[in-house]
Design a protein around this ligand. Structure first.
Ligand code: PLP
Length: 383
């Protein structure tokens, strides 16, 4: 389709998975290419470029093509999980390098970085997510090779100004990589703001149906740093399986409608509970009172995402009781599916977590807004 219809918008590209039909039968949905190995020609060459299933796979390539188009990048890599996507970027650093990472970020990456950075001689320095003056000062001091950002960041939903972060990174020759799992390419395209690499836990919104573990990286330029990451996927063997890639390709066809519906529901819930007597605070970048609202309004388009957190009155006890009383929301980890989930993050992340004890994290799905509000109302009434 990109050839037949060069001006197609992202919705169109996603809905038709770039418009590819299968040449043998004309099928409008592609088959799953599961072969692990490919025949050589008599002259020992591989005429189609495929040699073995660890470096590459056609179903994976098709899904990568869609994501590259949605993010406006030069190339993508799909891997077995969001964690293997994130760690692939850090593993491409060298001993003696410094990485600046945000104080509030996906806890699994923070936990891995603290252990790995120390053991492998990569210095990990934290910066406050939304303080670009502090990021500037730390960058001047530490001369990092990489700045990592996550926006909106899990689970406080603070916002990082990507244009500023990119300018600061590039002023010392560093790369800016952005965990854009929560924003999705529907609401934010970090490469347009100057980022070098975008990372997704494709387990979340990109797939959207809570049935795949997957990760993705998209690059603005296929430069040397990117080639190191490509080598890491190939040599460590973290490529996504073909069945997962096929499910992801299917999931991305509905990405825009799912993300917009979840964002609209989240906005309605945030507004409804903002001044609720059992609620100490609603954390959602779509609310004008949120510290990151102005930057979010500038760098996100079409909504503020489906993730929000609520600090419940009555401390940890109040929060756990409210979660226990929910009937429609599922008490489960993860996010970005069509069904709404709730989680008491502090219990999951442990005592070193910066997350307040009274906080419940909500992944808002695409159910009826009034059903979700009614469920939260009845659960909060019991607190
Ligand atoms: C879930 C998540 C990850 C990790 O992804 P997995 O697919 O679980 O490995 C990283 N970053 C964010 C923001 C996430 O929500």
């Amino acid at each position: 389709m990109s050839k037949n219809f060069p001006d197609a918008s992202p919705e169109t590209l996603a809905a038709q998975a770039l418009g590819v039909t299968e040449p043998l039968t004309g099928a409008v949905t592609p088959p799953v290419y599961i072969a692990s190995t490919f025949e050589r020609e008599a002259d020992l060459e591989y005429k189609n470029g495929f040699i073995y299933g660890r470096p590459d796979n056609q179903t994976v390539r098709q899904a990568e093509g869609v994501l590259t188009a949605l993010e406006g990048g030069a190339a993508s890599l799909l891997v077995a999980s969001g964690m293997s996507a994130a760690t692939g970027v850090f593993l491409a650093l060298k001993p003696g390098d410094t990485a600046l990472v945000p104080e509030v970020m996906y806890w699994g990456i923070r936990k891995w970085l603290n252990a790995w950075g120390a053991e492998w001689g990569v210095a990990i320095v934290y910066y406050p997510n939304d303080d670009m003056a502090a990021l500037q000062a730390l960058t001047q001091k530490h001369k990092p090779a990489l700045i990592w950002a996550e926006t909106p960041s899990n689970p406080m939903w603070s916002i990082t100004d990507l244009k500023e972060a990119a300018r600061i990174a590039h002023s010392v020759g560093a790369k800016l990589a952005v965990d854009s799992t929560v924003a999705t390419p529907v609401l934010s395209r970090p490469l347009e703001h100057g980022a070098d690499i975008v990372m997704h836990s494709a387990t979340k919104y990109l797939n959207g149906h809570s049935d795949v573990i997957a990760g993705a990286l998209v690059t603005r330029e296929a430069d040397d740093f990117w080639q190191r990451i490509v080598g890491i996927r190939k040599d460590i063997g973290t490529i996504m399986g073909p069945f997962e890639a096929w499910l992801l390709l299917r999931g991305m066809r509905t990405l825009h409608v799912r993300v917009r519906a979840a964002s609209a529901n989240a906005m309605a819930i945030a507004r409804h509970f903002e001044k609720h007597p059992k609620v100490a605070q609603v954390l959602y970048p779509g609310l004008p009172g949120h510290a990151g609202h102005a930057v979010a309004a500038r760098q996100m388009t079409g909504g503020f995402g489906g993730m929000l957190s609520i600090r419940v009155t009555g401390g940890k006890e109040g929060a756990v009781k409210a979660a226990a009383g929910l009937k429609l929301f599922k008490r489960a980890t993860s996010l970005g599916g069509v069904e709404s989930l709730v989680e008491h993050r502090r219990s999951i992340e442990g005592p070193e977590s910066p997350v307040p004890e009274d906080l419940l994290r909500f992944s808002i799905g695409i159910e009826s807004e009034s059903d979700l509000i009614a469920d939260l109302e009845q659960a909060l009434a019991a607190v």
